[in-house]
Design a protein around this ligand. Structure first.
Ligand code: ZN
Ligand code: ZN
Length: 352
């Protein structure tokens, strides 16, 4: 079967091509795409600023924030039937290598594939994609594809709070560094626990937006030293929980200053491949518990249940500020790359 898919060949070299899809293996699902978000990491790959997109073995089909409909399932598939709306995981474990057998996460898998970043695991920026059943999850029929396309992002924010063991409750003040998509998801998750949520971001538009997605208070880190601002808001205690979602050097360094004694700290902001100067000694004197995770395994079903519970409380659709038909993918990337100030989430849509 032929279909059209987008291929990243190199920085700023994105091409739509017609390809012949391979035959479905018994454990695979053929998925017709309904929506696919452009992630900050897709933008970084497009700009040539990230090694995550594997240009050394390119071309590859990008897109890890997708939702679609199962149209055909392999002979061994039991949990998905044609017609189901589905989403899928990004980091794919092999389940057979020494680390997988040792119970480690997919990010430790010695044969890890990564949907939307490598030729061996094509992503959702195409009319159709193929994914194994083990990584594919059914979403409720009454969800839009665009809401489904938020599951992967929400999964990261949710895991950053709960898989990392930060476990906020109503007694806690949670400081979230960064009000981008991941930060907003961490903010909603924290708010649902009853905690007081502070979102820290230098951009006014992001701060205003955060107030609609779980934040009780927003802080401009450029207005005054952020440590002082957080202390003032917490009666001098500092934050009980800190979730680093910015991946920004100054943001990362600030977590050691704003965390209170015995604070639980979750780190999920993208910052691989560079060193960030931080006052690490505060980990000792404040007895900080710092954890990181790159997409927790077996977490999607929880994420889907969580989002089902809150999807009418928060306006997810309002986060998708721009929509482009898949065929206009170049204009979509132009918006995501060159208009970061106004483009919150750029969403690719597909014709029926
Ligand atoms: Zn992403
Ligand atoms: Zn493995």
């Amino acid at each position: 079967m032929k279909c059209r898919q987008a291929f990243m060949y190199g920085p700023e070299d994105l091409r739509i091509e017609e390809v012949e899809l391979p035959e479905l293996k018994p454990d695979q699902i053929l998925i017709k795409l309904g929506a696919c978000g452009i992630c900050g990491s897709d933008v970084e790959c497009f700009e040539g600023k990230s090694a995550e997109g594997r240009y050394d073995i390119a071309p590859y089909v990008p897109g890890h924030e997708w939702a679609g409909q199962a149209v055909e399932v392999g002979s061994a598939v039991t949990s998905v039937v044609p017609g189901n709306k589905v989403v899928g995981e990004c980091a794919l474990a092999c389940f057979n290598c020494a680390n997988c057998k040792d119970g480690k996460l997919p990010s430790a898998c010695l044969n890890m594939r990564e949907v939307g970043f490598r030729p061996d695991s094509p992503g959702g920026m195409g009319e159709y994609m193929i994914l194994e059943e083990a990584y594919t999850h059914v979403i409720p029929d009454d969800w839009s594809y665009e809401l489904g396309a938020w599951v992967e992002t929400f999964n990261v924010g949710y895991g950053g709070v709960w898989y990392n063991g930060c476990c906020p409750d109503a007694s806690d003040t949670v400081a979230i560094i960064g009000g981008g998509p991941i930060g907003l998801c961490a903010s909603m998750v924290s708010a649902e626990s009853g905690a007081t949520v502070i979102v820290i971001d230098p951009l006014e538009a992001r701060r205003e937006n955060a107030l609609k997605f779980g934040a009780d208070i927003v802080v401009d880190p450029t207005a005054a030293p952020v440590e002082e601002q957080i202390k003032k808001l917490t009666n001098g205690r500092g934050a009980d929980v800190v979730i680093e979602c910015s991946g920004n050097d100054i943001g990362i360094a600030s977590l050691f200053d704003i965390a209170g004694n015995s604070a639980r700290v979750g780190v999920i902001g993208h910052s691989i491949g560079r060193k960030v100067p931080v006052e690490i000694g505060k980990t000792i004197w404040k007895t900080l518990h710092i954890a990181g995770v790159a997409g927790p395994e077996r977490w999607f079903p929880r994420t889907i249940r969580f989002m089902s519970k809150i999807k009418d409380k928060y306006d997810f659709a309002a986060l998708n500020t721009h929509h482009f038909d898949f065929e206009d993918i170049h204009a979509a990337f132009d918006m995501a790359v060159n208009h970061k100030d106004i483009a919150r989430k750029v969403m690719l849509t597909f014709k029926d």
